[in-house]
Write a protein that binds this ligand. Structure first.
Ligand SMILES: [Zn+2]
Length: 300
């Protein structure tokens, strides 16, 4: 049976300060040779099943394998690689899964329970009518940054929220405009404004508190529409099918790390225009030391 020298073997040899001895029955993977070069491990003996570049013998210098130049020929040609892989498969040295695992396989390496995190700060979605009351007749939002959900954007426009107990300035408007104005604030903001906490999914505004919204050209008194967003995971139907989720499913999130923990009552939202992203707010993210772009594990 052919012997295979992998990058891991070279790392082990480096740790033991040993050289690696090869013969005609040994296959040295290109990655192993790269690691040998980096770590200064000598690959000695031969002829191994590698082709020394420029026909020079396998020699050992302080820097490892100096006869390989930057951009030189690959150690094995494509044809040789194919023969090695085919032989390894036929002899049962590797399985098809091993090979695919080595080179990565589209859509397969993704763990269905690992999802990226998007962190939302306080923000407001406006109806066109309210946008014009706050910013002037005919006003259109000015997008400044695309958000994770297709078509959604952060706008240049900001408003002030005024409640019975206080105000919060510079609240970002997100676009595009919606049929109904919705204010998404943090739990801490409810104390500052003096409004009750209504933890809701977006769009579920019945019975939620109101607030006064102030813009440069006017103000709007909302009777309802102020929510603390319920944490949720966006995805489209294809992503839901691939990962085995359904709309409305309630899951938990396991967060690792120094301030890790478990977040319950996370709602799966499957929509045609959705894209895989788990949305928590800045308070939740700070409490668990999670950043935008971190990944978390779903617990079903
Ligand atoms: Zn969201």
């Amino acid at each position: 049976m052919k012997k295979l020298v992998s990058a891991q073997d070279v790392v082990s040899a480096a740790e033991r300060h040993e050289s690696i001895y090869v013969d005609g029955n040994t296959i040295v993977t290109p990655q192993a040779r790269d690691v040998a070069k980096e770590r200064g491990v000598c690959i000695q003996g031969g002829p191994a099943a590698v082709r020394p570049t420029h026909g020079s013998p396998e020699t050992c210098h302080e820097a490892g394998l100096p006869h390989e130049e930057e951009g030189g020929e690959p150690v094995l040609s494509a044809d040789e690689l194919e023969r090695v892989i085919t032989a390894a498969l036929e002899r049962g040295i590797w399985t098809k899964d091993d090979i695919e695992g080595l080179f990565g396989r589209e859509g397969h390496s993704a763990d269905p329970d690992v999802v990226p995190v998007g962190v939302s700060g306080r923000h407001i979605h406006l109806s066109q009518g309210d946008l014009e009351r706050l910013f002037g007749t005919g006003h259109q939002l000015t997008p400044i940054k695309d958000l994770s959900q297709p078509g959604q954007f952060a706008a240049k426009e900001c408003v002030t929220l005024a409640g019975p107990k206080g105000v919060i300035q510079k609240v970002r408007v997100l676009g595009p405009v919606r049929p109904q104005t919705q204010v998404e604030i943090l739990a801490g903001d409810t104390f500052k404004l003096g409004v009750p906490q209504a933890i809701r999914l977006s769009g579920h505004l019945e019975g939620t508190p109101g607030v006064t919204v102030v813009g440069p050209e006017g103000s709007v008194v909302l009777d309802e529409g102020v929510i603390v967003a319920a944490r949720h995971i966006h995805m489209n139907p294809a992503q839901a099918a691939e990962r085995g989720f359904h709309d409305g499913q309630v899951v938990s999130l396991k967060i690792d790390g120094e301030r890790g923990g478990l977040l319950d009552n996370v709602i799966v939202r499957v929509t045609e225009g959705g894209n895989l992203d788990c949305h928590i707010d800045t308070e939740e993210a700070n409490a668990f030391h999670v950043k935008c772009g971190s990944t978390v594990r779903v617990v079903r």
